[in-house]
Design a protein around this ligand. Structure first.
Ligand code: ADP
Ligand code: G6P
Length: 468
């Protein structure tokens, strides 16, 4: 039976995320297809949802299109429709021009607009309703990320029988920044509707609990908080990860090994540096490209022997700050290649494209040094993917201190991405390190990523949620 009276199949475990695992694409001839949605959230959740018999509620990436539930790649997908206006106000506006910059240390200026907030509330309600009709009696609903912070409390009201988890994939800001938000109370109450609120790092959970105490006047004891009705919830850290073994197997497949050799041959360089990011201003691309530019100009990196490959996935292309970033990066790359390149040998290979997973694995295998330097990042899965693909124990990782992953990947060459000279030194050191040192570090990194994979993350979170 289905209380909500819809035809949606009901599941014991429902994941709710702004994005479905796949997004709608339209080919040049007008035919519709599917491709994997961008970003770390989808990378992390796909293997879990393939293994569990759950349902995934989310938006399919195209405006003004109503779709029926469908099955794709072993997952039951329940699409939620957004109008073009909602895409602008809820997704591009409130989610990606307010919450995203505010939660990432305000590295770009967050905008506060009341119409965006109204759209955010309305769309959160739609997701909550979709989850309420998808979840079985006494089932579990696991709400994901900053686009859906009001869903936990809405769902709690609609379906008191459910167990509700929430996980924030991005940083939770220090209270000084969070308090700028005109709707701070509603957001705190929204999140605290969950039985278990998960964050990437312990500091984020502490920030959240402190805000519940100081802003809402709630009691908290260690990780526990008490709502005004006397009910209790918890907030704690669950650092997210990847399907480590699957990545390693992919990287060791004959096709990927061959493709990696081909990439090396095409690049014809002694040393290959690699960057892989969504084209996002939190990723520190301006600083990173500038650092490489200076190293090539000064000759500390020899443009005849060294290449830097930067893959920059198209992202949120209608949001102003992202347009500006793209223009800046393309200007910088063009200038550096113009100054330091030779015929057929640009020192920076810049690819503004999305690639299939096996091509990513081949790139990780082909690189000598992976450079991951976000200004702020909830976790950063690219760093873990690189490590998973290096079963030969070689390859160096340069990693920002301000990525959540820095807490776990201690043996990387860690850098402050705002310090361009320091970053240049680390890039050179990682590139020149001897085999022995590289192996020692990579072995330790691999141990961490092997023992803390995505199954470990999901099992720990769901077990803790179950125990509440
Ligand atoms: P974010 O979630 O902010 O995008 P993460 O590093 O956590 O950052 O996750 C990025 C994910 O997107 C990784 O799984 C990575 O492999 C994938 N990815 C990044 N760039 C590309 C690309 N050009 N093509 C395909 N996948 C990509
Ligand atoms: C990050 C966020 C995800 C988001 C992804 C891609 O990983 O944490 O919630 O889905 O970026 O961004 P997009 O706006 O394209 O969904």
């Amino acid at each position: 039976s289905n209380e909500a009276g819809t035809d949606t199949p009901r599941a014991a475990l429902v994941v709710v995320a702004n994005r479905l695992a796949v997004e709608r694409t339209t080919a040049a001839d007008g035919s519709a297809g599917w491709q994997t949605s961008p970003g770390g959230l989808v990378t992390a959740l796909v293997p879990i949802m393939q293994a569990k018999d759950g349902a995934w509620v989310g938006w399919h990436g195209a405006p003004d299109e109503e779709l029926e539930p469908f099955h794709h790649d072993g997952i039951d997908m329940i699409p939620v429709a957004l109008s073009a206006g909602e895409v602008e106000e809820y997704y591009e506006g409130m989610s990606n021009a307010t919450f995203w910059p505010l939660y990432h240390d305000s590295v770009a200026f967050p905008e506060f607009h009341r119409e965006w907030w109204d759209a955010y509330v309305a769309v959160n309600r739609r997701f909550a309703e979709a989850a309420a009709s998808a979840a079985d009696d006494n089932g579990t609903v696991w709400v994901q990320d900053y686009q859906l912070q009001l869903v936990p409390s809405m769902l709690r009201e609609m379906r008191p029988d459910l167990r509700i988890g929430f996980f924030l994939h991005i940083p939770f800001p220090p209270s000084e920044l969070f308090q700028q938000l005109p709707w701070r109370r509603a957001v705190l109450e929204g999140l605290a509707g969950a039985d278990l609120v998960g964050f990437q790092v312990p500091g984020a959970a502490t920030n959240f609990l402190n805000l519940l105490r100081r802003r809402l006047g709630w009691d908290t004891h260690r990780q526990e908080f008490v709502r005004p009705d006397g009910s209790r919830g918890r907030a704690a850290a669950y650092p997210i990860s990847i399907a480590t073994q699957a990545f390693e197997d992919l990287a060791n497949s004959p096709e990927v090994v061959e493709r990696a050799a081909q990439i090396r041959e095409d690049l014809a360089a002694e040393t290959v540096f690699l960057g892989v990011d969504r084209l996002d201003y939190t990723k520190g691309l301006r600083q990173r490209v500038r650092a490489f530019g200076e190293l090539f100009t000064s000759g500390e990196l020899d443009p005849e022997k060294v290449v830097f490959v930067q893959v920059a996935t198209p992202s949120r292309e209608r949001v102003e700050e992202y347009k500006r970033l793209r223009d800046d990066i393309e200007l910088l790359v063009g200038r550096i290649n113009g100054d330091s390149g030779q015929l057929g040998r640009p020192p920076i290979h810049y690819l503004h494209q999305s690639f299939p997973r096996d091509e990513m694995a081949a790139l990780y295998r082909a690189a000598d040094v992976m450079v991951v330097t976000p200004l702020r990042d909830g976790m950063n899965l690219v760093a873990k993917e690189y490590v998973a693909c290096r079963s030969d124990n070689d390859g160096a990782l340069v990693l920002s201190e301000f990525a959540g992953a820095a807490r776990e990947l201690k043996q990387a060459w860690q850098v402050n991405p705002y310090d361009i000279d320091g970053m240049k030194e680390a890039i050179l050191a990682a590139g020149r390190a001897g085999k022995q040192e590289t192996r020692r570090r990579m072995r330790a990194l691999r141990k961490q990523v092997a023992t803390h994979d995505i199954d470990h993350w999901a099992e720990t979170f769901l077990a803790d949620l179950d125990a509440i």
